[in-house]
Design a protein around this ligand. Structure first.
Ligand code: FAD
Length: 379
């Protein structure tokens, strides 16, 4: 058995034994899955893509994407607990100083310190260069003031890759942006827990910084003005992550629909024998396969060190729309039961839209794809 299959096999067994039976209750109470987080630590998932020399598993994106898709087939929320954490870690691994890598990565890999990415603000998400959180240098520290919102793991996490302005007057605007590793402490507080349509269990929060002092040694890479580049650099892996979640949710919706269509009978036969249902199943299965292949191809390009913003954008766009379309069709195939909280399809239907929004909205993905297409094919 290959290393890939061994990890996937162990995770699949864990999902069926320890996760699937508990999802509905945790989701209903919007309860943070503490025990599952401990089990994910034991699997090494908080270090999945962190290089082995810093205590991680050093998995390629291709294997990682398969793990994310598999977990999302059972409960997509779980992947959010380590996804944005690993994007924070990737920023340190790619752009951090050697001292920062040694100080942070082993603690990230073990899950002892967990966190995520703090980019979005109350009045800007897509237009990241418009952020207003400000850092001012004072001796060997920076003093930070501002507000971040929608931050995944904001309550349970303790360290965040925080994007700020160090020079608000800089032109172009991105030259005044810097990223810090911000550990919770005086002046850094959770100001609100955000309530959501879906994506339950994982915490999403507003974070406030009031004269929060962060050591200059926590400035990623040690040089001001590179923060936008660091944030955007993590988005390729982030988009592959979200695309893989889309594959998982699309697959789950298909699997539930295929099962239900064989047991539900109308007019004397299982509904899977009606052509109207077969058309839906045929489209759903094709979307799953196409989404999976796009994710694999983007992950392969990422692992080969190639520029893959177009490939990751295509995978993210297509797989998240596949999740959304498949979840709607699964609800329809379940008829009235599709609208019931006793079946999982209603959860897929609430979870899927997030993948169309996070890591760059699907409107932006299509624009990125088109721009790359033109840049790579000059007339
Ligand atoms: C559950 C959840 C978890 C999240 N987790 C995190 C996190 O961990 N860290 C973090 O930093 N952020 C996080 N986010 C925020 C997320 O990344 C943003 O919501 C997303 O980037 C969109 O930004 P916005 O909400 O400000 O929408 P806006 O930027 O205001 O966009 C609104 C609409 O306008 C469209 N639009 C904007 N600009 C253009 C344009 N130039 N051309 C065409 N259309 C455009 C958008 O596509 C969208 O349809 C999370 C969000 C959610 C819902």
């Amino acid at each position: 058995m290959s290393e890939d299959s061994q990890i996937l096999d162990a995770i699949s067994k864990w999902l069926e034994r320890d996760v699937r039976p508990k999802v509905r209750a945790l989701e209903k109470k919007d309860e943070y899955p503490e025990a599952m987080v401990e089990q994910m630590k034991a699997f090494g998932l908080f270090g999945a893509t962190i290089p082995q020399e810093y205590g991680g598993l050093g998995l390629p994106a291709a294997t990682y994407a398969k793990i994310v898709a598999r977990i999302s087939e059972v409960w997509m929320s779980l992947t959010g607990i380590f996804n944005s954490h690993l994007i924070m870690a990737a920023a340190v691994a790619r752009y951090g100083t050697e001292e920062q890598k040694k100080r942070f990565l082993p603690r990230f890999a073990s899950g002892e310190v967990r966190g995520g990415l703090a980019l979005t603000e109350p009045d800007c998400g897509t237009d990241l260069q418009a952020i207003r959180t400000r850092a001012v240098k004072q001796g060997d520290h920076y003093v930070i003031n501002g507000t971040k919102t929608w931050i995944s793991n904001g309550i349970k996490g303790s360290c965040f890759a925080l994007l700020v302005k160090t020079d608000p007057a800089a032109q172009p605007r991105h030259k005044g942006m810097t990223m810090f590793l911000a550990e919770k402490g005086p002046g850094f507080r959770v100001s609100k827990k955000l309530e959501k349509l879906g994506y339950k269990g994982i915490d999403s929060a507003e974070l406030s910084f009031e004269d929060y002092r962060v050591p200059a040694a926590n400035l990623i890479g040690g040089e001001e003005g590179r923060g936008f580049h660091h944030a955007v650099g993590g988005l390729e892996l982030g988009r592959i992550n979200v695309a893989a979640r889309g594959v998982g949710v699309a697959n789950a919706a298909l699997a539930d629909a295929v099962r239900y269509a064989q047991v539900r009978k109308t007019f004397g036969k299982p509904i899977c024998e009606h052509q109207a249902i077969q058309l839906k199943l045929g489209e759903m299965a094709t979307r799953c396969e196409a989404a999976r292949l796009l994710v694999e191809s983007a992950a392969r390009a990422y692992d080969a060190g190639e520029r893959c913003d177009m490939e990751a954008g295509m995978a993210k766009y297509f797989a998240s729309e596949a999740a959304l379309e498949n979840s709607v069709e699964a609800v329809r195939i379940h008829g009235g039961y599709g609208y019931s909280t006793e079946f999982d399809v209603e959860r897929y239907y609430r979870d899927a839209p997030l993948m169309c929004i996070g890591e760059g909205t699907n409107e932006m993905q299509r624009i990125i794809i088109a721009k790359q297409l033109i840049a790579r094919n000059p007339a």
